[in-house]
Write a protein of this length. Sequence first.
Length: 307
Amino acid sequence: MKIFQKYNVFVLIVFFVAINVHSQTTRAVQKTKSKTEVKKNKKNKKNKKKKTKISKIDLSHWKVTLPVANDKGKPIELESPEILDYATNEKVKPYFYNDSTDGSIVFYAFPNTTTANTKYSRSELREQMVPGDNNTNWTFEQGGRMKGKLAIEEVTKDADGKYHRVIIMQIHGRLTNEQKELIGAKDNNAPPILKIYWDKGKIRVKTKVLKNKSVNNTAILLDDAWDDDEGYNFPTEVGFRKFTLEVKVEKGKMVIILNNSEYAVYEGIDINRWNIFENYFKAGNYFQSKDEGSYAKVKYYELEVSH
C-alpha cells in the first residue's frame, strides 16, 4: 500500500513538472512568435515607406513640352505655376509623371505632335530663368551649369534591331528680338550648340562649328553659318543603368562630364564666337524616331541648374 502511494506521488510530480515545462515552452514559443511578428510588421512598414518616394526636382524654372496636341493642334506645354501640379494633371500624366518607387520623374515620348522646326516629338523640359518667360536667357560669358542623374528605362528598336536614339540634354541657342529683326527671321530660334544623345547604350555629344571662321556678326546669326561637328562618344557604355551628366559652360569653353570621371572639353573660335547668342538648357526625352509603334521612357532622379 505504501509503495502504491509513493508511486502515485511520483506520477503526480512528473505530471506537474511536465505541465510546467510545456507551459514554459509554450510561452517561449509565443514570445518568439510575437517578436518575429513585430519584426515582420516593422519590416513591412519599412518596405511600404520605401515604396513611396516623391521627386525632389525643382520645376519652378522649367517649362515642359509634351508629344500630344492641345485644342489648337500644337504640343501641350506647361510652365510655372501650372507645371508644379503635373502629378495631378490628367492630360500630362501619361507623358510626364512620377515613379513613386524610386522618386524619379518619367519622360515618355512617341512619334506624334511636334514643335516648329523639327520632325520629332518630345517630352522635354525647357529652362526659364524667369518663370513663365522665354525672353530672359543667358550667354556663355555669363555662364551656366546643369547636372542630372538619369537612366533610360525603355526604348524601342528599329527594323535593323538597333535601339532608337534619344536626346537627353541640350543647350539651345536663341535670337534676341533685335537679332531676329536684323536677319528677318520668322522666330527667335537659333541652332543648338549642344545635343547629348543616348545612342545604343553610349553617350554621344554633338556640337556646332562655323563653316567660315571669319564670318561677320550678322551672317553668324543664320543657321546656314553653322555645321554639325563629327560628334564624340564617351568610352563608357551606360546602357540602362543610372548615370550622371554635367554640363559646364563659360565664355570660350564648354565641358561635358559623365559620371564625374570622363570629360569632353570644347574650346576654340567656334565656342568663343557662340557668345553672340543667348541660350537655355533643355533636359528630358527628345525622341529621335518616326517609326510606327516606337517610344522611349527616360527617368530623371536629379536635375539642377545654376548660373
